[in-house]
Design a protein around this ligand. Structure first.
Ligand code: FRU
Length: 481
């Protein structure tokens, strides 16, 4: 049943989206990365394959490019590359979600998608720092094959979570395993320790606490948890907040990564070392799901909360995007990420050549560039005269770095990772986004990037080989959006 408030919100957001569609002609609109129709986008939510289509829901603030009241926007498609916007799926229209339909996930079962999310409620007072001023309700909404979403059900509220927790409990990720339903929830204790809670249920409605995962001294809040198995290895994935930078590690304000989980996840289990998914400036709050072929796919938010950096698109009324879907594989306990093969459907004409030191090449603004490195010692590429991609064998560091004072960097400097050897780099470029995959996805750097800051746009990227050489194949990519 739609309330009058829902109908009012539908009308209002529909007008905003239409206005944007009619007015936005912006060179930074992306050609194949998912972006909001208007306003602000953050976390991917409810990723699933259902009824012949992939579903990508997302945290969406249509009224404010700097973020505001959160809804779930909804894209669908058949190949994870071409997405159609379906409109807003969930509105903050109930007393238990009135300050935001926060992040959550999808469980596909029978003829339904069971959508679990956090209903955010801000109470009077300081809802961030005093631990009583917020409700993090766990809510269920069910989507049918015709795309309609039925009434919402309140499943759990703060009084149901462990008593030592602050009011920060959110982001349910639900899956079915061995005939039972499991849910992980991100949490912050009253003593400011980040945790993941594991709940179990027999019927999807009644949940009981089964386990708690934490790492001593590792951040005050763990957001957006996920748990999955690849090749028999179980991983706990989460986005911790409050971790100090340590050299090249934990360089962004918040992190996203995973730990190998050994033992019984419902009982005696231990977490291995935390590894970061992505070393770029813009990556947070990823979610994974199983695609129609059983591949484990990850999509991350190419953005950062609480960041001094503001994308120039804000002036155009929108901000942020998603990474392309990445297939996850595991080698020696480490997760590798690589763009799903479906992306290759966008490939058009290719240029193939050996690039020598000192040479440069213009590639299409949306390109897929693979460089096999000849000289394993040193490589120094420069993209659009400003973003340096550097590997020095002697230092064993791979880094990306904006030229000092770079207008493209917007105050950003350097991000890097320790790397023993360099064999291959794959650069996915879009109008205002770069994803750099190192050694077949052993490391990834995702970064928003504005090659011509005056907003006039550019129809190519220039890749300059300042040091080293390599065999390069560059495909132009067709527009998918
Ligand atoms: C992560 C996050 C989630 C929350 C959502 C709100 O970016 O803070 O914990 O559910 O964003 O938009």
């Amino acid at each position: 049943m739609k309330t009058s408030l829902t109908k009012e919100l539908e009308k209002y957001t529909g007008i905003l989206e239409k206005q944007n569609k009619d007015s936005v002609s912006d060179p930074w609109r992306l050609k194949y990365h998912v972006m909001p129709p208007v306003g602000w986008l953050n976390d991917p939510n409810g990723l699933c394959f259902f009824n012949g289509r992939y579903h990508l829901f997302f945290q969406y603030s249509p009224s404010d490019a700097m973020g505001g009241l959160k809804y779930w926007g909804h894209y669908t498609g058949t190949d994870m590359i071409h997405w159609e916007y379906e409109g807003i799926a969930l509105y903050p229209d109930m007393p238990y979600d009135c300050d935001g339909v926060y992040s959550g996930s999808a469980l596909v079962e029978g003829d339904c998608v069971w959508l679990y999310y956090t209903g955010n409620v801000k109470l009077a007072g300081d809802y961030d720092y005093i631990y009583t001023g917020r409700e993090g309700n766990t809510v269920l909404a069910v989507m049918r094959t015709d795309g309609t979403i039925g009434d919402k059900t309140l499943i759990m509220s703060n009084k149901d979570y462990p008593a030592n927790l602050s009011c920060h409990v959110r982001d349910p990720k639900v899956w079915k395993e061995s005939g039972l339903y499991y849910m992980v929830l991100g949490a912050r204790t009253k003593e400011d320790h980040g945790e993941v809670l594991l709940y179990v249920s027999e019927d999807k409605f009644h949940w009981s606490l089964k386990n708690i995962f934490t790492i001593s001294g590792f951040g005050y809040m763990w957001e957006c948890p996920d748990m999955f198995v690849i090749d028999g290895r179980r991983f706990l994935s989460f986005s911790p907040q409050g971790i100090e930078r340590d050299g090249l590690d934990f360089a962004n304000i918040y992190q996203s990564g995973y730990c190998l989980l050994d033992g019984d996840f419902t009982g005696d289990a231990s977490l291995g070392q935390f590894k970061e998914y992505d070393r770029g400036f813009d990556f947070y709050a990823p979610q994974t799901f199983l695609d129609r072929d059983g591949r484990r796919i990850l999509i991350g938010w190419m953005g950062m909360p609480d960041c001094d950096y503001i994308n120039p698109t804000v002036e155009k009324g929108w901000q942020h995007c998603m990474t392309v879907p990445r297939e996850l594989t595991v080698k020696a306990g480490k997760i590798f990420q690589y763009p799903v093969r479906e992306l290759e459907e966008l490939r058009g004409g290719a240029v193939t050549k050996t690039q020598e030191q000192g040479e440069s090449l213009d590639v299409s603004i949306s390109s897929d560039v693979i460089i096999k490195i000849d000289d394993p010692e040193n490589l120094h590429l420069c993209v659009d005269h400003d973003l340096h991609i550097v590997y020095k064998k002697a230092d064993q560091i791979f880094k990306i770095e904006f030229a000092p004072g770079s207008p493209l960097g917007g105050g950003r400097t350097m991000r890097g990772v320790a790397l023993e050897s360099l064999e291959e780099i794959r650069i996915l470029s879009d109008t205002s986004a770069l994803e750099i995959y190192v050694n077949h996805g052993a490391e990834v750097f995702s970064t928003r990037f504005y090659p011509q800051i005056d907003g006039t746009g550019k129809d190519c990227h220039t890749i300059e080989f300042m040091e080293g050489s390599g065999f390069l194949t560059a495909w132009s990519l067709e527009e998918a959006n």
